[in-house]
Design a protein around this ligand. Structure first.
Ligand code: PBG
Ligand code: ZN
Length: 324
């Protein structure tokens, strides 16, 4: 006697009947890069199909995103000038603050999530305040509070700190509450590894550190237990949504966290994951649509509720065509 597991795979209807993982556009978040300036729609060479826009060029893109059924955006800003304290990041007339106001005015239905970090705004490209070569934790918290508050004042729906300083969720929660934004959720980049998968993004957002690396603040992928303390800290500090990043290489971590916690889990399928798929599919080596959809199911299967992905526009088109 042996069990015939193939019985339930014999037809499409049978397979559809027993499948237990699904996703829709409700679950996807699309990242957008917005640059100071005019008339800019510049394709990012290492991320073909993704662009940097100036605000005046956003309209057609947002119209298209809306028609495709994209509901949530994750915004990144590229300022005109950078300095050692990243002051443009918390300027109320900074690029992101202006972009949020524009989107909220002309496209009020988008849910706007903002990346709260300093690396796109600092001349040294690190995610905080430096003393010599040392990145100062508590001094950075003060600036992160200013950034988050300025985003929320401009109209952001959710703030997403990505810096990996200790105590930043607590600090941001406090400043938002003090200013009566008690209902604005924090999506924390809780588990963020120091990863080479961010390479293309740093070109896209012009945010590569000019010296050293981010290993003193982002996590070491050679450790298999540390992620749980990051998660526990963020829950305790008041995070509403927990993010794991990168995506595909860290599904073991997503699974372990989703088994333990009862908060929504987001996964960020990052730039390097996107670029590898684009490059291989442009060479005809893989079937882009099938690979992307398989990956989305893999992330959902691991326990991700929310998926941040540069493929969101393509996925929307494929969903309209009907996928299996
Ligand atoms: C900013 C930030 C980064 C990403 C998201 N927010 C870059 C980094 O930490 O170096 C990476 C996103 C991607 O690679 O798609 N701290
Ligand atoms: Zn950063």
């Amino acid at each position: 006697m042996f069990n015939r597991t193939r019985r339930l795979r014999q037809s499409q209807i049978m397979r559809d009947l027993v499948k237990n993982i699904d996703f829709s556009m409700d679950n996807l978040v699309y990242p957008l890069f917005i640059e100071e300036g005019k008339g800019i729609k510049k394709e990012i060479p290492s991320m073909l199909g993704q662009y940097r826009f100036s605000i005046d060029m956003l309209k057609d893109e947002l119209k298209e995103l809306k028609e495709l059924g994209i509901k949530s955006l994750l915004l990144f800003g590229i300022p005109e000038k950078k300095d050692c304290m990243g002051t443009e990041a918390y300027n109320e007339n900074g690029i992101i603050q202006k972009a949020i106001k524009y989107i909220k005015k002309d496209f009020p239905n988008f849910l706007i999530i903002t990346d709260v970090c300093l690396c796109e705004y600092t001349s040294h490209g690190h995610c905080g305040v430096l003393r010599g070569n040392e990145l100062l934790n508590d001094e950075t918290l003060v600036l992160l509070q200013k950034i988050a508050l300025s985003h929320v004042k401009a109209g952001a729906d959710i703030v997403a700190p990505s810096d990996m300083m200790d105590g930043r969720v607590k600090a941001i929660r406090e400043i938002l509450d003090e200013n009566d934004y008690i209902n604005t959720p924090i999506m924390s980049y809780s588990v963020k590894y120091a990863s080479a998968y961010y390479g293309p993004f740093r070109e896209a957002a012009d945010s590569a550190p000019v010296f050293g690396d981010r290993k003193s603040y982002q996590m070491d992928f050679r450790n298999s237990v540390e992620f749980m303390s990051e998660i526990e800290n963020d829950i305790q500090e008041g995070a509403d949504i927990l993010m794991i990043k990168p995506g595909l290489p860290y599904l073991d971590v997503v699974r372990a966290i989703s088994d333990k916690v009862s908060k929504p889990i987001a996964i960020y399928s990052v730039s390097g994951e996107y670029s590898m798929i684009k490059a291989a599919s442009m060479n005809g080596w893989i079937d882009e649509k099938k690979i992307v959809i398989e990956n989305i199911y893999a992330m959902r299967r691991a326990g991700a509720d929310i998926i941040i992905t540069y493929h969101a526009k393509d996925i929307a088109k494929w969903l309209k065509e009907g996928i299996r």
